[in-house]
Design a protein. Sequence first.
Length: 251
Amino acid sequence: MLWSALGFEPAGVFACVGAGGKTSLIQSLAAEAVRKERPVLVTATTKMFYDQIAGYRLLLSPVDTEGTGTIALNLQPGETAAWFAGQEGSKVVGVSPQGIDKVAASAPNACILVEADGARRCLIKAPAVHEPVIPDSTVMTIGVLNLTSLGRPLTEDNTHRLELVTKIVGKQAGAIIEWQDLAKLAIHRHGIFQHARGTKVLLLSGAAKSGWEIAARQVAGYVKIAGTAIERVVITAGFGNSMQVNEVYLL
């Protein structure tokens, strides 16, 4: 199961960063936490598309109006709520990390899943200096990169903040994405785990096409040799609330 693969029980604040599967990860973790009869809160410190949280009970409330205590009281065992500050067209607006910390303190049994940066639906990314925005109470930061990016050229269609990614991986725009590039985005100090808190887990999504085993093993080996604080690498396939674990590498 996804939770055991990540190595944590479904309670606390979990920040999801990176690109190419964050929303599916959140939806799948929420579904599993609901099956465990935990109260679940999905939120963000950035904007999300409304259709990504449309199946959840929506709580629209900036912290300074109703207060975090009200949000905590609205969390029910075996149900997923989505908390956002407001709605702007097709998107919902995230809340402050300080507000999430306060809700977490008021609801210690809740599973709080936070999308902590944006990726414009790309497969890989590197964060800007202000990203990701991670609450202090975060117990685990899960960094996501997508294996289906391998073999594709580095373009703005599949790479968020292309200029930053090319700088980290040492390539020009248009060069082919290789497994080493994913590893570099995971371990670089300005890579996807920039500003991470708590346990760090690298999740490689999109393990559908043949050959993912070799690439995943190479990425895990590179990360281990680099001596980073990443605890494990989890390989998944599937999307939406049906993300499935293919392999786990303990580092």
